[in-house]
Design a protein around this ligand. Structure first.
Ligand SMILES: Nc1nc2c(ncn2[C@@H]2O[C@H](COP(=O)(O)OP(=O)(O)OP(=O)(O)O)[C@@H](O)[C@H]2O)c(=O)[nH]1
Ligand SMILES: [Mg+2]
Length: 243
């Protein structure tokens, strides 16, 4: 793994993604010869971690961070960011393992990071799209993003998106250990904190595809966590503005 200034670390959290992880790794490694990949696996019972560690023995640009139990998406990213920060990476990409995010978009995300502290691969700006979702899923995502815009007072169209690139100085400025959210709320909280810390956020269009393999980890609890976090933070903000 090539560490140091100028390099990009793609952090991929996994829980039971054995069916698609090898394709994802092949495509991401080929997308840009300058990036490294860190898979953060939470002891997947389906052997995802074993597949990654075998591949990592032959591929110096790939590494596995293995954790004993499922601790949520947010904790997995924070652990990956911490490791990458300690090794001097200058850009950090978040990417799902389920092939919903197209590795061909990696170079565009990295290029755009010269213009903003956080670049979001957005489904909802002009040119962005979603393929394979039910009407209910579309409605849930649209409602979550609209609610976040109203409550948090931002204009970001896709603050729940999980395909994004942070510049090093953004992650250094945020108190990562104090980030409380685990699921979708993690993305919204990170976006909110990035703006609060004074960094710019840019959205670039991506085509998102519903996973065709493996099982979603989305749950009612994760949706509820997101709604509660946005409501609490929005109200606290309003209170601060008027007192
Ligand atoms: N390490 C780790 N990874 C997780 C955890 N929960 C989810 N993930 C990974 O996070 C990524 C996003 O999870 P998904 O299940 O695809 O969730 P989603 O993309 O928000 O929802 P879908 O649209 O239903 O796929 C995937 O790569 C998961 O394997 C967790 O607790 N720990
Ligand atoms: Mg997914």
């Amino acid at each position: 793994m090539s560490t140091g200034a100028g390099s990009t670390l793609v952090v991929v959290p996994t829980y039971n993604e054995a069916s698609g992880i090898e394709t994802l790794l092949d495509q991401a490694l080929a997308a840009d010869p300058a990036l490294d990949i860190l898979v953060v696996d939470d002891g997947s019972p389906d052997g995802t971690g074993d597949l990654v560690s075998k591949r990592a023995e032959l591929e110096p640009r790939l590494r596995l961070l293995s954790r004993p139990s499922k601790q949520g998406l947010g904790r997995a990213y924070v652990a990956g960011f911490r490791l990458g920060l300690s090794e001097g990476y200058s850009r950090f990409i978040e990417m799902d393992a389920d092939l919903s995010h197209d590795p061909c978009d990696l170079p565009r995300l990295i290029d755009a990071s010269t213009e903003a502290g956080l670049v979001i691969g957005s489904r909802y700006v002009k040119g962005g799209s979603v393929e394979g979702w039910s009407r209910g899923r579309h409605a849930l995502s649209a409602a979550a993003n609209t609610y976040a815009r109203i409550m948090l007072g931002h204009h970001i169209k896709d603050s729940t998106a999980g395909f994004r690139c942070y510049r090093r100085e953004v992650l250094e400025a945020l108190d990562l250990d104090s980030i409380s959210s685990e699921g979708y709320a993690f993305q919204v909280e990170m976006t909110f904190r990035t703006r609060q810390a004074g960094f710019s956020v840019k959205e670039i269009p991506i085509a998102f595809r519903e996973r065709s393999t493996g099982a979603s980890k989305m749950s009612r609890q994760i949706v509820l966590e997101g709604m509660l976090w946005v409501t609490k933070t929005g109200l606290l903000n309003l209170h601060r503005r008027f007192t």
